[in-house]
Design a binder for this molecule. Structure first.
Ligand code: OSB
Ligand code: MG
Length: 368
C-alpha cells in the first residue's frame, strides 16, 4: 500500500453544552482531522488531543506539529505493508500517541475501504451491537447533575459516569445514589487526588460504584496499587495506560481491576488491540473511553468497542450529545436500549459531510 498524501484539517466545533472535568472546562473543540490518500482512496482519522495539555501532554497544536514535521515524512512515498505496521514505523517518535494515533487510525480505515470491509470487521471486531454509557461533566449545581442523569437514563444509556474533583465528590455521589439507588454508576477523577486522600476516597465504597477512574497522578501506577489495596471500589485506569507494556505493569502491580482504552491515548488500533489482549488474558474487563470526538473519532471508537473483551459500556454515545450537527452522515445514534449497532458498509460506515467540514475548517495542510 502506497500512501500518497496526508491532508490535515483543523476544524472548530462548539459543544452543545460545556464539559467540565477536574482539569478544566471545555466549550469549543479544536479537532484535527487526518485524511490519508493512497491507492485511489481516502481513509479518515481524528486526532483526539485536547485544546490544552491538562489531560495529558498533548494539544491540538503539538499534534499538528508532530504530524507535519515527523509522522507524515516517515510514512509518505514509501511502501507500507499494512496498517498494523504503522505503529512500529512511528516508534522512534517518543510519546505523542494522539498525533500518531490519528494518522494510524486513518490508515486502518483506508485499508478497510480498500478491502471493501467495515472497519470494525477489519480490526477483528466480534459484536454487532455495543453497550453505551455517558460521561457527565461537573455541573454548576447538584440539581442540574441529577436532571442530566435522569435525561440520559430516559434516553436508555446503560451506565452513568460522573466527573469528580475535591469539593465535588463524596457529597455529590451520595446525592446521586439517594436519587438513583439502582443505576450502574461510576466516577472519574482525572488525577485530581493523591494517596494522602485515601481515607477520603474510601468513603465512596459505601455507594457501590462500578469503579473509580484514574483517581491519582496520570503517570503513577504504584500509588494506584497502594490505593486499590485500601478500596473495595475497583480502580479503572485511563491516563496511566499509554501502551500494552504499561497495561501489563498495572495488572501485575494490581493497580487496576478495569482498564479504559482510548484509541488516541495509546497511539491507534494496533496498540489498542494489544492492550485488549493483555487485559483479556489477565481477566481484566475493558471499555472504550472518549475524548469528546467528532463523528470520525466516534465511529472509530464504535469500531474498537466491537472487540470481544469490551464487555463494559463505554463513553461512546450519540453525536447529538456533543454537537448540534456532526460531520458524518448519518450521525452516531443510540438505540432506546442504550446500544449502538454497526453495519456492513465499508470503512467508517458513515459518509463524511465534506461541505460542512470545509465550512468548519480553520487551517489545512497537504503533506506529500
Ligand atoms: O477522562 O474520560 C476522560 C473527556 C475529555 C477528556 C477526558 C475524558 C473525557 C470524558 C468524556 O470523560 C468522554 C466522552 O464523552 O467523549
Ligand atoms: Mg477518564
Amino acid at each position: 500500500m502506497r500512501l500518497e498524501k496526508i491532508i490535515l484539517r483543523e476544524i472548530g466545533m462548539p459543544l452543545v453544552s460545556f464539559f467540565e472535568a477536574s482539569f478544566g472546562r471545555t466549550t469549543d473543540r479544536r479537532i484535527i482531522l487526518v485524511e490519508v490518500r493512497g491507492e485511489g482512496a481516502s481513509g479518515w482519522g481524528e486526532v483526539t488531543a485536547p485544546e490544552n495539555p491538562f489531560y495529558n501532554e498533548e494539544t491540538t497544536e503539538t499534534a499538528w506539529h508532530i504530524i507535519s514535521r515527523y509522522v507524515a515524512p516517515r510514512l509518505l512515498r514509501r511502501e507500507v505493508r499494512c496498517a498494523a505496521e504503522i505503529n512500529e514505523l512511528l516508534l522512534h517518535i517518543r510519546g505523542h500517541n494522539m498525533a500518531k494515533g490519528g494518522v494510524e487510525a486513518a490508515v486502518w480505515e483506508l485499508e478497510a475501504r480498500l478491502n471493501g470491509k467495515p472497519l470494525w470487521r477489519h480490526i477483528g471486531g466480534a459484536r454487532t451491537e455495543i453497550p453505551c454509557g455517558v460521561s457527565i461533566g461537573i455541573q454548576n449545581t447538584v440539581e442540574e447533575l441529577l436532571e442530566r442523569i435522569r435525561r440520559e437514563l430516559d434516553a436508555g444509556y446503560q451506565r452513568i459516569k460522573i466527573k469528580i474533583k475535591p469539593g465535588w465528590d463524596v457529597g455529590v455521589v451520595a446525592r446521586v445514589r439517594e436519587r438513583f439507588p439502582a443505576i450502574r454508576l461510576m466516577a472519574d477523577a482525572n488525577s485530581a487526588y493523591s494517596l494522602a486522600d485515601a481515607g477520603h476516597l474510601k468513603q465512596l465504597d459505601q455507594y457501590y460504584l462500578m469503579m473509580i477512574e484514574q483517581p491519582l497522578a496520570y503517570y503513577d501506577l504504584l500509588d494506584h496499587a497502594r490505593l486499590q489495596e485500601q478500596l473495595a471500589t475497583p480502580i479503572c485506569l485511563d491516563e496511566s495506560i499509554r501502551n500494552a507494556r504499561l497495561a501489563e505493569q498495572a495488572i501485575e502491580l494490581r493497580a487496576a481491576r478495569i482498564i479504559n482504552i482510548k484509541l488516541g491515548r495509546v497511539g491507534g488500533f494496533a496498540e489498542a488491540r494489544r492492550i485488549h489482549e493483555v487485559a483479556q488474558a489477565a481477566g481484566i474487563p475493558v471499555w472504550c473511553g472518549g475524548m469528546l470526538e467528532s463523528g470520525v473519532g466516534r465511529a472509530h471508537n464504535v469500531a474498537l468497542s466491537t472487540l470481544e473483551n469490551f464487555v463494559l459500556p463505554g463513553d461512546v454515545s450519540a453525536s447529538k450529545r456533543y454537537f448540534a450537527r456532526d460531520i458524518i452522515l448519518p450521525p452516531v445514534e443510540v438505540t432506546p436500549s442504550g446500544t449502538i449497532r454497526v453495519g456492513e458498509d465499508p470503512g467508517l460506515g458513515h459518509n463524511l459531510d465534506l461541505d460542512y467540514i470545509e465550512s468548519l475548517t480553520a487551517r489545512k495542510e497537504e503533506l506529500v
